[in-house]
Design a protein around this ligand. Structure first.
Ligand code: PLP
Length: 376
């Protein structure tokens, strides 16, 4: 017998190291390598069998192991998808019908709003928006409430348990986009959310080298609907990406710890400067989201947002820095910064989302403050 990530009482590091691994077999690897297969051999007489892999869109043992790992960490059953958007599409397209209303975060991931407005509205779904920090409308008549907390990129936080209770009272389903927090930051299913969706592209896989999404739930019907959707639409991740993501999970606890410590130090340094405005990190005691985050979250992600006033100053800051790379996405090992407005996001021109990597904290703070000094 070995430890599994389901064993009660283990800490995050222990759970991450054990997540989804097979029972040890002498002579076999800890994490078996990726199985590359489109079709598998069939029994020439009896054909497909339920307990045997038949075709890669449905069946892949490397993918199943990753699903078992992520499911253990989230506390539910998991399906992985080719990207976060593929997982979120699966949720929206299986939970909503023409005539339904969906409530989305007004300040959440921009592409989800675009998907709702460009694809769902023409299909007869009515799309309403609410800011993550509230106020929230009455949930009466809403079929699905999608929360995103902390919201990307503004980093507001909402009370999942309280909103889930109010939404359930009104008969709505509740889903939480857990991308920024990761299952080590919060487990929405334990806070009464019906479904978790997330991009594994960010901190979960954490090496800036693959796209991944997942959906996790304790509802057998939601799982079955999403699985059927994935089979019919085909948005599965490849075996090698699944294997890389699973390999990366072992260090999730370590990576998040350093990213969070780096964000704490950077946010504190930025908050004390007169040439930076709007510094947001939910772990700062005077951050508007601090109280809810402290009560709900088990750790605060390594993302800091702030405003440098205009695009030109952001460009000079990035040029002056040696450790902060210009790049979108977040949660990777390298510190990156993204001026979100350049993607058509509805943020102000000088708004920056900084994703702290796993560099040494002192080096990062020295680099960031030095680069800001150079452009002041
Ligand atoms: C990146 C992101 C997504 C989309 O994920 P992809 O893997 O890029 O498709 C969804 N939600 C949030 C909060 C994200 O940050």
């Amino acid at each position: 017998m070995t430890a599994t990530s389901r064993d009660p009482g283990y800490g995050d590091g222990t759970r991450c190291v054990a997540a989804g691994l097979p029972e040890p077999v002498p002579g076999q690897p800890f994490l078996p390598g990726p199985v590359f297969a489109a079709p598998y051999h069939l029994d020439p007489v009896t054909g497909p069998a339920p307990d045997r892999d038949g075709y890669g869109r449905d069946d892949n043992p490397t993918r199943r192991r990753l699903e078992s790992a992520v499911g253990d960490l989230e506390g539910g059953d998991c399906l992985v998808f080719a990207s976060g958007q593929a997982a979120i599409s699966a949720l929206l397209m299986t939970a909503l019908r023409p005539g339904d209303t969906v409530l989305l975060p007004a300040d959440g991931y921009y592409t989800v709003r675009a998907l709702a407005i460009e694809i769902l509205e023409p299909l007869g779904v009515s799309v309403r928006l609410a800011p993550t920090a509230g106020p929230y409308p009455d949930f009466a008549g809403v079929r699905l409430v999608l929360l995103e907390t902390p919201a990307n990129p503004g980093l507001d936080v909402c009370d999942i348990a309280a909103l889930a209770a109010a939404a359930h009272d009104a008969g709505a389903l509740v889903a939480v986009d857990n991308t920024a927090a990761t299952p080590l930051g919060q487990r929405p299913l334990e806070l009464a959310a019906d479904v978790v969706v997330a991009s594994g592209t960010k901190a979960l896989a954490g090496h800036s080298d693959l796209l991944l999404g997942y959906l996790a739930t304790r509802s057998a019907s939601a799982l079955a609907a999403a699985k059927r959707w994935r089979k019919l639409t085909g948005g599965v991740p490849g075996a090698f990406d699944c294997w890389l993501a699973h390999r990366s999970l072992a260090t999730l606890d370590l990576r998040l710890a350093r990213q969070s410590a780096n964000a704490a130090a950077v946010a504190t340094a930025l908050a004390g400067r007169r040439d930076v405005t709007g510094v947001r990190w939910p772990g700062l005691p005077d951050d508007p989201s601090y109280a809810v985050a402290a009560a709900q979250m088990r750790r605060i992600p390594g993302i800091v947002s702030f405003d440098l006033g205009d695009a030109e100053r952001v460009g000079r800051f990035l040029t002056a820095s040696k450790l902060v790379s210009a790049a979108t996405s977040f949660g990777g090992p390298h510190t990156t910064a993204d001026r979100r407005a350049q993607w058509g996001d509805d943020t102000s021109p000088g708004f920056v989302r900084l994703s702290c990597g796993i560099e040494d904290t002192a080096d990062l703070v020295t680099d960031v403050t030095g680069a800001l000094d150079a452009v002041s």
